[in-house]
Design a protein around this ligand. Structure first.
Ligand code: AMP
Length: 210
């Protein structure tokens, strides 16, 4: 099975599509953002170190993101959907090393980033980040609560507008070299992520099948 790397701006649908891709499939989801947030909520030493960076919208140091990723992967047993990693060329090179000998495809969820600020304002998630809603386009059945776990939904600190703008700035400054890198090694496909999420999913599924 091909590993899948999802690239896209914050709010472009990486988490939502990851959840759909792992549903009834052997794929596992690996989100460095979720792993880092769980370090923060467990108040580990690492969590205390990174909380400030994450709440201001910055990227945690590459070495740290890589450690978190690597310690949660077993590529000899599983195929993964990578969500939020890599974020820059250095990370792409690290990832290439650990993916050596394993097939993978890189899918860029392409969308105008201005629209995303609006979208992220309405995003609500469970505390582990695994269930994602949008107050306008995908509201929960019971206002404020997750349909699946029943827990109270939260707004991520870094989904507030001022932080979102910083995250977009960082994304925009890193994305072009990352796309060039994957284009040059013929791994990249681009998907229009402004459409209905079910259409996007069907397209992703067709790429993963070949
Ligand atoms: P995400 O849940 O993917 O939107 O990530 C939330 C935040 O976690 C980011 O704004 C970064 O602060 C941090 N983060 C997640 N993945 C990475 C990564 N690959 N490299 C550096 N920081 C990351």
């Amino acid at each position: 099975m091909k590993n899948i790397i999802l690239l896209g701006a914050p709010g472009s649908g990486k988490g939502t599509q990851s959840s759909k891709l792992i549903e009834n499939s052997p794929y596992l989801h690996i989100s460095t953002g979720n792993l880092l947030r769980s370090e923060i909520s467990n108040k580990t030493e690492l969590g205390l170190e990174i909380e400030k960076i994450m709440s201001s919208g910055g990227l945690v140091p590459d070495k740290l993101a890589f450690e978190v990723l690597k310690s949660n992967l077993d590529l000899s047993l599983n195929a993964y959907v990578f969500d939020g990693y890599p974020r820059n060329i250095e990370q792409a090179k690290y990832l290439d090393k650990i993916l050596l000998g394993h097939d993978y495809i890189v899918i860029f969820l392409e969308i105008n980033t201005e629209k995303l600020v609006e979208r992220l304002k309405d995003r609500r998630v469970t505390s582990d980040g695994k269930h994602i809603y949008n107050l306008k386009t995908k509201p929960p059945l019971k206002d404020g609560f997750c349909d699946i776990t029943g827990e109270k939904l939260l707004q991520r600190e870094d989904d507030k507008e001022i932080v979102v703008r910083e995250r977009m700035k960082i994304f925009n400054s890193n994305v072009e070299p990352l796309l060039d890198y994957y284009e040059n090694i013929n791994r990249l496909v681009r998907v229009d992520a402004s459409r209905d999420l079910n259409f996007i999913f069907d397209e992703l599924a067709s790429f993963v099948k070949d």
